[in-house]
Design a protein around this ligand. Structure first.
Ligand SMILES: *Cc1c(COP(=O)(O)O)cnc(C)c1O
Length: 450
């Protein structure tokens, strides 16, 4: 039997890990996870880690949730996969029937993908083709917010605004109209996100007036810009973006990949702004983090623009081999079943203020904690060099990364976004686990920053 270190070295002979400078692994070996249960990961040496980032935001209802596992096992012996053009199956039909009841009103047609980036690209192609087929072929561009993240394939990266991921590939990317988005911690108008009326929408108004005629769609992450550093903005901003899109005949594409399924306290973040996007992308929590699956959901109106005799050439010719995979659908159905039977949303709403209070009590006094912001069970801690001026830490010091390693030693899996630490735990996290997580986080911050 190999131990953790031996497995890790074997890993490094072969595996090129995502989003990693592999040289970092020389001094910090990959952690070889043997099994997991609920919020806890256990490595091959038996050391445990609290997974408060939901393994990249996808694990929604705990690892190896017995109900979801059972559903997938049952499906596995029934039908593992089938071609999804001309063919279909009960899990996909039932899933869409159930989703149709809970997505924002008006969304009713479901196109299956196998990852979030693909669902964004499908949404962009759908919007572009819609305009082309309804007399607006000049609408070929996309608008997106500064610091947006919509995935990392070339099309999705082209609408993203986080330089860390896109800078290198600029020559390959779409020419996106970039709208300076809300920045509530460092509000340029010195307002407060609890009471403002999204006065910063004037930026978007300016860009819409100038570019809407050539724009097919605007993409947004509703209420929470995740990869940007868990930046949170108020629903009124989203409502105003919806109004601009309607006024200027620009589709609104809501990227609910990170925010969907209760992450912001409601099933979908769009609900808090009481809006319906023209296209909505969901993934991550959809299968509880069990299977790679995503869905691009749209309206009857958009669907109808593609519905014609074959020879008119209006079909949406987009496909992925694993579209509509039955195992993914069965996991998603189990997730929706749990939301209904165990009233996950009410539980989340009850837990959120308790967790936030713990984080605030433990960390708000620290001189390097600039802001603690929260939505749903998500709590983000932005570390700064100076609390008064909100001056950022020197990124060369990789403070977040140092804290990450320190926290791992203590059995906590944080994975900071630069110098923003955050918790985005499974919605099933217990109060005891929240306490432990906050205590380990505090200890790790103290160990690095004093
Ligand atoms: C994760 C994520 C994506 C990309 O999904 P992948 O499955 O990683 O391709 C897109 N948008 C948002 C908001 C995300 O959080």
């Amino acid at each position: 039997m190999l131990n953790q270190e031996q497995w890790a070295k074997k890993d490094l002979e072969y595996i090129w890990h995502p989003c990693s400078q592999m040289k970092d692994y020389e001094h910090f070996l990959p952690i070889v996870i043997d099994h997991a249960k609920g919020t806890v990961l256990t490595d091959v040496n038996g050391k445990t880690y609290l997974d408060v980032v939901s393994s990249w935001w996808c694990n929604l209802l705990g690892h190896c949730n017995p109900i979801i596992s059972r559903a997938v096992k049952n499906q596995l012996d029934q039908l593992e996969h089938v071609i999804f053009a001309n063919f279909t199956h009960k899990p996909a039909i039932k899933l869409c029937e159930e989703l149709a009841q809970i997505v924002p009103k008006g969304l009713c047609k479901f196109n299956f993908m196998d990852n979030g980036s693909a669902s964004i690209e499908a949404a962009m192609k759908m919007s572009f083709q819609y305009h082309h087929q309804t007399g607006n072929p000049q609408k070929v561009k996309f608008m997106a917010l500064s610091d947006a993240y919509h995935g990392e394939t070339l099309g999705a990266l082209g609408v993203g605004g986080v330089d860390l991921y896109s800078e290198m590939y600029k020559p390959l990317l779409l020419d996106t109209i970039r709208i300076p988005g809300p920045d509530c911690y460092r509000c340029p108008k010195n307002l407060n996100r609890e009471t403002c009326q999204a006065e910063c929408i004037d930026q978007a108004e300016h860009y819409f007036a100038q570019y809407a005629n050539e724009t097919a769609a605007m993409l947004v992450e509703p209420l929470l810009q995740g990869a940007a550093g868990m930046k949170i903005y108020p629903p009124i901003y989203l409502r105003k973006i919806r109004e601009l899109c309607t006024r200027y005949q620009v589709h609104l594409i809501a990227d609910e990949i990170a925010t969907g399924f209760g992450r912001t306290g409601t099933m979908f973040a769009c609900e808090q702004a009481e809006i319906t996007p023209d296209i909505m992308c969901i993934s991550k929590g959809l299968t509880g983090g069990y299977m790679p699956m995503a869905i691009t959901i749209t309206t009857q109106c958009i669907y109808d623009a593609f519905y014609a005799d074959y020879l008119e050439g209006k079909a949406f010719m987009h496909s992925h081999t694993y579209s509509g995979n039955p195992l993914g659908c069965s996991a998603a159905l189990a997730v929706l079943g749990l939301f209904a039977e165990e009233d996950i949303l009410s539980q989340t709403k009850a837990k959120a203020p308790v967790f936030h209070q713990m984080v605030v009590e433990a960390l708000s006094e620290h001189p390097n904690v600039g802001e603690i912001r929260t939505i749903g069970l998500i709590n983000a801690i932005e570390l700064v060099a100076n609390k008064e001026t909100k001056e950022a830490l020197d990124s060369k010091n990789r403070t977040g990364y140092q804290i990450y390693k320190e926290a791992l030693n203590r059995g906590l899996l944080l994975r900071p976004l630069g110098d923003v630490l955050y918790f985005n735990p499974p919605l099933t996290i217990t109060e005891e686990e929240m306490k432990q997580a906050v205590a380990h986080c505090k200890a790790a911050i103290t160990a690095i920053l004093g």
